[in-house]
Design a protein around this ligand. Structure first.
Ligand code: SF4
Length: 379
């Protein structure tokens, strides 16, 4: 596949979120490239919403001045308000930080050098084995603060992968890469997403994925369904589906009636979550990054928000409701420090918030652990 490289100059690089993302443990992300030569069929990055110019998998913009800009944005000496203590996310968005052009431009490696120099923890999410090139830096960051290496999978079936993600290393190579980082003491996991409706979402396939994850003792497997936004993303995906799995095409119209975020019907997500939970219990792998891996990294407020969201997620997987998700959201909205929020009783108006929730929050604040979360994860 011929690639056209567009060297561009960025005005800013660091993307700041208002609230910590409890999947990635990050408030900060970046796209060093725009467009991705991996060109996965289901990639959300090609949706019009993200304004990537040209053809997503062929026209790749390289932000050649990204390192200078980023340096200014993260240098603690230049900041009146320090950046929050959390993981810097390299991955997601509109590119893979280790897509093939990275071998030539080295923007990701130079970014890791900056993180290493300023002691920022990093979370890498990629589909490329090129990440092994930077094992020295990743280990160094892991030893001084913390590094996480995650790889994403829609399946471990080599044939299905070759149809939907033809330009990335095969699942076996990705699993070997994770095993390699595990052997070097880096916490590793799988983003098992997007699961492709009717193609890679059967209980048997989920079982295969979790068995492989258990074999290499991954620290977590984070599961999610697929979104398909109408327009470029859906058109491209359906073209490929039509060629290889034409029998499933009619069902997609019903599954994806059209929502702003490209979500499938709620009932479908409920169904696959149920399937996943069933397999998860058998393999006993954490469906979120365990607290013990990051409890010394995050600030107190962020740690509480993430732990509450993890609690909420697991209870929802079990088909229950909880006040924890909304409590986490409210905490993120309030500017005051957490002890003050509790002292003033600012959370008491939340439905379901009571003594038990407050006790959980205080435990996380003081001990940096959560007995309830541990019991749910091992239950
Ligand atoms: S590797 Fe990620 S960013 Fe790149 S095409 Fe695939 S899904 Fe999109």
């Amino acid at each position: 596949m011929a690639i056209t490289v567009h060297e561009t100059r960025a005005k800013s690089v660091l993307r700041k979120a208002k609230k910590i993302d409890s999947w990635f443990l990050s408030c900060y992300g970046m796209n060093l490239y725009r467009g991705c030569a991996h060109n996965c069929t289901y990639c959300d990055g090609r949706a019009e919403k993200y304004n990537v110019d040209g053809e997503f998998g062929r026209d790749i913009a390289v932000k050649v001045n990204a390192i200078d800009i980023l340096h200014r944005e993260i240098d603690p000496a230049r900041k009146r308000v320090p950046l929050k203590k959390c993981f810097m996310l390299l991955g997601g968005g509109v590119c893979d930080a280790y897509q093939p052009l990275e071998a030539k431009y080295g923007l990701t490696r130079r970014t890791l050098e900056l993180f290493c120099a300023y002691n920022y923890p990093v979370h890498i999410l990629t589909k490329s084995t090129l990440v092994k090139r930077d094992a020295d830096l990743i280990e160094k960051i892991n030893n001084s603060t913390r590094a996480l290496v995650s790889m994403s999978f829609s399946t471990v079936d080599e044939k299905i992968s070759s149809v939907f993600e033809p330009h990335v290393p095969c699942p076996q190579e990705r699993l070997e890469t994770l095993a390699y980082f595990k052997s070097r003491g880096v916490a590793c996991g799988m983003f098992y997403l997007p699961v492709i409706p009717l193609v890679s979402d059967s209980p048997t396939q989920m079982e295969q994925v979790m068995a492989r994850a258990a074999e290499i003792k991954l620290d977590y497997v984070i599961f999610g369904g697929m979104t398909l936004k109408h327009g470029r993303q859906m058109d491209h995906f359906l073209d490929v589906l039509r060629q290889h799995f034409p029998q499933h095409v009619p069902a997609y119209a019903d599954l994806y009636p059209g929502s702003q975020w490209g979500q499938a019907k709620r009932s479908y997500y409920n169904e696959i979550n149920k399937r996943f939970y069933h397999v998860l219990k058998k393999y006993r792998i954490r469906p979120r990054i365990p607290l013990s891996i990051f409890n010394t990294v995050l600030e107190q407020k962020e740690l509480v928000i993430v732990a509450l969201e993890h609690l909420d997620f697991i209870l929802r997987l079990q088909g229950k409701t909880s006040p924890y998700g909304y409590t986490a959201y409210m905490i993120s909205k309030l500017k005051a420090p957490l002890p003050e929020i509790l002292e003033q009783g600012s959370l008491k108006s939340i439905r379901g918030f009571g003594h038990a929730t407050e006790k959980i929050i205080r435990e996380i604040m003081t001990a940096k652990t959560c007995g309830y979360l541990s019991s749910l994860l091992s239950g």
